[in-house]
Design a protein around this ligand. Structure first.
Ligand code: NAD
Length: 362
């Protein structure tokens, strides 16, 4: 099959990690007889330097014409002093808005080889951690009206939390569809004992479940979910939740897995096109030193194959190769624990090459 991928190398370590992800995709294409075409897109600091704009419309248009977008990372101290509307991160916000992505999906997976990096007790980690949080991205309290007024001689701050049925339904569908591609268990997280928006959320999720009889739906209050993620994360497959709850829970979930350099994410809207990226930033402290961990970006490419291109075998092939390299004891600096005496420290390029060597058609 042929796919056109918009490639945003970005700033800092972005170009280094993305290069390795593209080499992995090239090998997958050869193994499985696909053709991936890459269109370079400039966004972030590099676009400010080139065009005086963090994401010119022509660059966004290249993303909109693609089958999916793969992003390294943007930003860095060089652009700290540019005006707010011109900052590299504005490019990212414009990209998300332009692509109409309303769902952020972040896996929390512990690689058994890196279990020691988790702050959780070993007996909890040993049960396995492998779930995804599907977070609503462009609604809820972050996008409601914010105002501070004076009342009775003091300041009063108000943040509005609104969700319509259609907003809930569309994110709910992403949750159910994601669960369908995994272990078919979806946990809807809300605060329906207190909030009207959560009561509507629960009602819509329950209605939607009639369309997905193969997916087992459960409901959980957000405070309980925060506890369960550290107490028994093995119980989760897919969690779907609103914007602010998802913001907090997804950071909690990434923390329990140990390393920021290992975690991919996707942002999806209507249709199959998505935005795929690692969760970390441009790590300017290690940029250009061949020290970055490319695995988060390589796993983001695997997510793209699974969720946007419907190529689950190819995605599993990448994930298996990452597992094999970790089994072999190879670690970039960020995932090398002093306790791993038998492990070998490698750079970004070598980590990429080792993963490519281990790619085998299943
Ligand atoms: P960061 O994620 O870039 O770095 C935090 C720490 O983690 C650093 O010590 C870094 O060296 C390390 N690290 C991150 N990714 C790594 C990897 N793949 N391999 C090894 N080590 C890694 O966060 P920050 O320092 O707060 O931000 C740096 C810049 O990145 C800022 O300009 C910020 O705005 C930007 N940023 C961009 C994105 C994005 O593009 N989506 C996200 C977050 C931050």
């Amino acid at each position: 099959m042929n796919f056109n991928i918009a490639v945003i190398r970005g700033d800092g370590i972005g170009p280094e990690i993305l290069e390795q992800a593209l080499l992995v995709l090239d090998k997958v294409a050869r193994l499985y007889g696909h053709s991936f075409t890459y269109t370079d897109v400039f966004m972030g600091g590099c676009a400010i330097d080139r065009f005086g704009d963090p994401l010119p419309q022509a660059e966004l248009d290249k993303c909109l014409a693609s089958d999916s977008v793969l992003l390294g990372a943007v930003g860095g101290p060089k652009w700290n002093d540019v005006p707010g509307s011109m900052r590299p991160e504005k490019g990212l916000l414009r990209l998300r808005a332009g692509m109409g992505v309303y769902s952020n999906n972040r896996p929390a997976k512990i690689w058994p080889q890196l279990a020691a990096a988790s702050p959780l007790k070993q007996e909890i980690v040993d049960k396995g951690i492998d779930f995804i949080i599907v977070r609503e991205l462009i609604g809820g309290i972050y996008f409601g009206k914010h105002e501070t007024v004076e009342e009775n001689g003091e300041h009063l701050a108000i943040d509005e939390l609104r969700y319509s049925e259609s907003e809930i339904r569309r994110i709910g569908r992403i949750g159910f569809e994601t669960a369908r591609k995994r272990n078919k268990r979806l946990c809807s997280v809300e605060k329906s004992n207190v909030l009207d928006s959560s009561r509507l959320w629960k009602k819509v999720m329950t209605q939607l479940s009639e369309e997905y009889p193969d997916v087992q739906l459960s409901h959980m209050l957000v405070d309980n979910c925060a506890m369960q993620i550290v107490k028994d994360p093995s119980q989760f497959d897919v969690i779907v939740t609103e914007n602010m709850f998802g913001d907090i829970l997804s950071d909690e979930a990434s923390m329990i897995t140990g390393s920021i350099g290992m975690i991919p994410s996707s942002s999806l809207g209507d249709g199959s096109r998505g935005l795929y990226e690692p969760i970390h930033g441009s790590a300017p402290d290690i940029a250009g030193k061949d020290m970055a961990n490319p695995i988060g970006t390589i796993l983001a490419a695997a997510m793209m194959l699974r969720y946007s291109f419907d190529l689950p075998e190819e995605a599993s092939c990448i994930e298996a190769a990452v597992g094999a390299v970790l089994d072999g004891g190879y670690r970039t600096g960020d995932i090398l624990s002093p306790l791993d005496s038998g492990c070998k420290k490698v750079g970004c390029r070598e980590m990429g090459s080792l993963i490519i060597e281990n790619l085998k058609k299943g």
